[in-house]
Design a protein around this ligand. Sequence first.
Ligand code: AMP
Length: 478
Amino acid sequence: MTSFNDFGLVEPISRALAEEKYLTPTPIQAQTIPLAMQGRDVIGIAQTGTGKTAAFALPIINHLHTKRLRPDKKACRVLVLSPTRELSGQISDSFRAYGRHIRPLAVALAIGGVPINRQVRSLAHGVEVLVATPGRLLDLVNQRALRLDQVEVLVLDEADRMLDMGFIHDIKRIVAMLRKERQTLFFSATMPQEITKLADAMLRDPARVAVTPQASTVDRIEQRVILTDKSAKPNLLVEVLKTETTDRVLVFTRTKHGDDKVVRALQKSGFGAEAIHGNKSQNQRERVLGDFRNGKLRILIATDIAARGIDVDGVSHVVNYDLPNIPESYVHRIGRTARAGADGIAISFCDHEEAPFLRDIERMIRMSIPSTDKRTGERPAHRPAQQNAGKRHNGRPQRGNHQQRGNGGGNGHHGNNGHRSHNGGNGHQARPSQNGHQAGHAQAPRQEADAGEPNGIGNVTFLQRPNEPRRNAGHRAR
Ligand code: AMP
C-alpha cells in the first residue's frame, strides 16, 4: 500500500489527509485500514508513535460518512476508550482533524478531572464519536446522561495500560452494556496473558496486525546508563543537564513525590523545571504542557502515567531518574525521544536497588546498555549482563560502544518519527489516585519481559512529515 488513495476512503477524508500532509500510510495503517473497512474486528499490536490513531480513526470516519444515521439523544455511534486524559484529548483532536470536512461529525470527550456538566450537555443530542476514559464514562452512564446500546464501533486503545491502571473491571462492565453486533478495534503495545484473555472475550474472529517490536523502537535511540548512589541522583541530574547539549528534556521518576523532589533540586541549581502529575490542577497541567510544547519550558518531570499519551515532538533527552520496575515502561519512556525522529538520547540512573530492574530491561530489549560507573560506595557490583557488554544478544554489534562500558554515545542511525500537527493536547489524566498506578505497575504482568521476545514482528517505519527540519522540529509553534 503506497498511498492513502488505495484504501478507497471518501473524498473529504482524503482532502483532510492531504492537508495534514500525510502522504504514505504507516505499516499499522496499511494493515489495519483495509480490514477495518471490511468491518472486521482487529487486534493491533502497536505503540503510540506508529500512527495507530489514524489506523482506527480513518475507517471509522469513513463508516460514519457512508452510513449516515442520526444518533439518538444521549447515544454515541462510536466509542473510543483510552486510559488517560491526555491520550483521550489527542484522539478526539485526531478525529476532528481527519473528519474536518465531514458533516455532521460530533466528537465528544468524556474525561475525569473536569466538571461533568459540560460533558452531560455535549451528549444530550447524541454524538457520532465519544472518546472517554473508563471512569468518567461509567459516571455518565450512572447519571443516565449516556446510553451505550447504539455503539456500532468500539475502540479500546492502549489496552495493556488500561490493565496497569486498574481499569480492567470498568472495561468489562462497559463492554457488557454494548450490543453484540458491533465492530471492535483493539490496540495494545504488548499482549500479556490477561490482555489476550480480554481480547478473546471482546472480539469476534479478529484479524491480528502487529508492528513496533520493542527492540526496533529502542534501536533508534542512543542509550546510556549511569551507575550511581541513590543520594547522588539530584547532583547527577544537574551535572547531566550541564554537560549534555539538550533541546528538551523529559525526566521520569517513579513517584509523584519523586517528581517534586527533582523539581526542587533543579530549581535550586537554577534550572527551570516543572512537574506534571495527577495532584496538579487541570489548568496547571495544561499550562506546563503548553510551555513544554512551545519551548518555554525545557525540562519536564513526569511519572510514567502522567506522561502516557503526551505527544510532544523534539524531546532530545529522556532521563530516567529512577528506573522503572516494569521493562515495558522503559521502552515507553525512551520512545518519547524517538518521536521527534531526531537524535534521541536516553540516560538512565541506576542505583544499587535498581540493578535488578536494569537486568530485566536489558533482557527485554536484548542488548546491554553502555554504562558509566559513578558509585562511590564499596557495594558489590550488581551490574548485570557484563559478559554481553558491547554485543547485542543476537550477535549484532551494538552502537555506541566505542568506550567499553563507558559513556556510550555513538551515532547510529535514528529513524524518523511523526509529528502530531493537529494536536491540541489538553493535558488531562485519568483517575490516578483512585487507581494507584504505582500499585498497578507493581502488579503488572511480566510474561513478555520474561520471554524476552519483542512480539517478533517486522520493522517499524516511523513517521516523518515532509519538509520538516529534524533537529528543531520541537521548537515550532504548535
Ligand atoms: P499516533 O501513533 O497515532 O500517536 O501518531 C503519531 C504521530 O504521527 C501523530 O503526530 C500523527 O499526526 C502522525 N501521523 C500519523 N499517521 C501519519 C502518516 N501516515 N504520515 C505522517 N504522519 C502521520
